[in-house]
Design a protein around this ligand. Structure first.
Ligand code: ADP
Ligand code: MG
Length: 324
């Protein structure tokens, strides 16, 4: 199977809709954009040994490289539409490629996204996916715009992916029945695209939590020129993680909750007047939305513990290039 057979067999599937005039097979894809809309563009890379284990199930890798990009579209309130995939592959194992592309296309179909092109090279395993989405002109959600006295909300639960990773790296022993549940959060994140669309016109600022709540909320605070006070006891998490908070593993539990990566939940701010609407939205989407604190005028981030004392130090977010 040569490069072109491989592309035809595993990455050339019919587009999701009529917006794709020309997809895989030419020098560039040609798509039709919606009048009155803006394009939103994002890209993410996953490298073996850094973002995934060499023995990770290939279907989960296909899912995740798209999911992390969909999460960026969700954070901006965009409708995801077109994707480009660049893959560096150590071999052309058909079983591996079939599982990878099935994982990718299953999620693409759920969200009406068309894979319109890409690049395929021989090398150490890594993937880069670029995505394009649309939003009505001026409607995209950004990290700027949070205002003092806004509520701070997060979707879903936090820290489970990081807890799964800690267990897989033998930093902690977990109930063997629990591990698959947590591992699914790490390997098969569910991007909150529907929520992002509903937050247009409602949220003042939003982002997706991919590198840990503290660091990512910090990006909203910096972009908006404000501060925040959040409460540890309000952070939505799995009961198993909650239990760890009260025991000897509290430092690890805090790390997972506040700075664990790979949550792919949305964190957003909204005025208190939006509370009723957001509670109704949570029910409609069958997705927990939790108010975890408030935006302050003073530009610092305070995390209150269970006794309402400020945590003296906050765990640091993951950084590919830490200051030395
Ligand atoms: P070019 O050399 O003109 O850049 P390529 O030979 O790399 O084109 O690719 C041939 C076609 O297959 C192009 O349309 C490209 O977008 C598409 N393609 C290549 N790799 C992938 C991939 N992994 N997924 C989807 N489409 C791909
Ligand atoms: Mg090429």
């Amino acid at each position: 199977m040569n490069e072109f057979d491989l592309i035809r067999r595993f990455f050339n599937r019919p587009p999701a809709d009529g917006t794709v005039r020309l997809g895989v097979g030419d020098d560039a894809a040609v798509v039709t954009t919606t009048p009155g809309h803006e394009l939103l563009l994002a890209i993410d890379t996953m490298v073996e040994g850094r973002h995934f284990f060499a023995d990770a199930p290939p279907a989960t890798l296909g899912h995740k490289i798209l999911a992390v990009n969909l999460s960026d579209m969700a954070a901006m309130g965009a409708v995801p539409r077109w994707a480009l995939l660049s893959g560096s592959l150590p071999d052309n194992d058909p079983a591996w490629l079939a599982a990878f592309s099935d994982g990718l296309f299953a999620l693409a179909e759920c969200h009406g996204v068309s894979l319109v092109g890409g690049d395929t090279v021989h090398g150490p395993r890594s993937f880069t996916l670029a995505i394009a989405g649309e939003a009505p002109a001026g409607a995209a959600l950004t990290r700027a715009g949070a205002q003092p006295d806004d509520d701070i909300w997060v979707s879903g639960t936090l820290g489970e992916a990081a807890l799964a990773l800690a267990a897989m790296q033998h930093q902690i022993a977990l109930d063997p029945l629990l591990l698959p549940v947590l591992r699914a959060r790490l390997e098969m994140p569910e991007p909150r695209v529907g929520l992002g669309l509903k937050l247009r016109g409602l949220a003042h600022a939003a982002l997706d939590v991919s590198d840990g709540l503290i660091g990512d909320l910090g990006h909203i605070l910096t972009a908006s020129g404000v501060g925040a006070e959040i409460e540890l006891s309000r952070l939505p998490c799995h009961p198993a993680l909650k239990a760890l908070l009260d025991g000897a593993s509290r430092p690890l539990a805090l790390q997972c909750l506040l700075a664990g990566g790979d949550d792919y939940e949305l964190c957003f701010t909204a005025p208190p007047a939006a509370r009723k609407t957001l509670v109704a939205l949570s029910r409609e989407l069958m997705l927990p939305l939790t108010r975890i604190g408030a935006i302050t005028a003073a530009p610092r981030l305070i995390v209150l513990d269970e006794q309402r004392q400020a945590l003296p130090t906050l765990p640091a977010a993951y950084n590919h290039f830490p200051n030395r």
